[in-house]
Design a protein around this ligand. Sequence first.
Ligand code: TYD
Ligand code: MG
Length: 458
Amino acid sequence: MAKTRSVYVCQNCGAESVKWLGKCPVCNEWNTYVEERITKEVSSRPGLVNVSRNAIPKPLKEIESNSEKRIDTCIGELNRILGGGLVPGSVVLLGGEPGIGKSTLALQLALGLHSRKVLYISGEESAKQVKLRADRIMPDNQDCLILNETLLENILTQIDAVKPDLAIIDSVQTLYSDSIESSPGSVSQVRETAASLLRYAKTTGTPVIIIGHITKDGSIAGPKVLEHIVDVVLQFEGDQNYLYRILRSSKNRFGSTSEIGIFEMQNSGLAEVLNPSEILLSHHDEMLSGIAIAATIDGARPFLIETQALVSSAVYGTPQRSTTGFDQRRLNMLLAVLERRAGFRLANKDVFLNIAGGIKVNDPAIDLAVVVAVLSSTFDAPIPGTTCFAAEVGLSGEIRPVSRLDQRVSEARKLGMKEIYISKYGVKNLDKGATKIKIIPVSRIEELVKQVFGKGNN
Ligand code: TYD
Ligand code: MG
């Protein structure tokens, strides 16, 4: 018998309570509890999914493995992140900021799968809008089925009738189920719709891609439970003002999470970027000061990237420090190290730092390039375009080794770099085969300044 009950659900973390609370005891957020009315008994255990009713225990060796049956997505970068293609019956959650290109990527995937039946369920855009987008991306192949619907029960009926090879939901926050009274996008609705889609994927073996919005702080909107129940969580990121987009997986039950995919947003959709270093370096002819090239690694991928710094006298009493693509606190730390350990007076200077292409870099190996770019701008002394840097800078001014140096050195060599500065303590881990590139080991900031700029303190 259908029951109606009312619960208060935290819209931030999904915690439930029988009464309203001002502060969520689980995630400590204020004013996040909203009353949600739930009808139907099934919803009382929304997170629980019945994969198969007559399941019995089986020895592991008797279970069929279907690793070879992955579906090729026809997008190389996506295949790589997924660990070799879409696994039948898997549920992939694709998150990202509005306008980053989630719908474009999903539609491109749908249109690219020529021989398969793909159902694209759009709750956000009308079928006409999807058509306009498809005309831009792939005008000559439009076999994909489009369904404009937001009611979960109707969607499931249509999916049952069409029996697609792949279903794409854009987006989970627009769907709602009749059995829950709260509005679309609320925690109970998101949880219920995701659980139903998961049940469908697991019982029929059809892969489902769910697009999800992200909240202001960058996590996928809706309860954390959503990330727990799906098999793969992909995050699409990038700066709106730049064309590059990075796809990362933060969870993957069928592959590694260290792979990243790089795309460029073009007029006709997203293009894969196979050699990121080539476009992230500007290849200018004249020598400009304030630029240093870092050999970084993101996920499992090495690439060279330009760091640009501008140091100028501060106009106001408090100097400005501004960064794009780099942690500002880390820049402050590096400037303090330069000040204390190498005697550069930067306290009355404005420092601006940019990482090329609007790409965010978290790799500590970029420290050395940042320091060199700042010094290069201070001295107005350009660094040759064939020199790159890969090391972390410690608080006492020591230059520390970084991981996977071999990969960085070979990427630098591949791109025609002539010399690479690394930590003296990392040299022993280096493969001695790398002869075409000059390895310059340094152990302290002062030594670096002497080696690169041929001078002592200013
Ligand atoms: P969209 O895929 O709608 O983003 P999301 O679904 O993540 O909100 O956003 C795409 C943005 O990319 C939009 O601002 C327009 C732009 N775009 C292109 O530059 N080229 C294209 O071919 C397409 C389809 C979109
Ligand atoms: Mg969209």
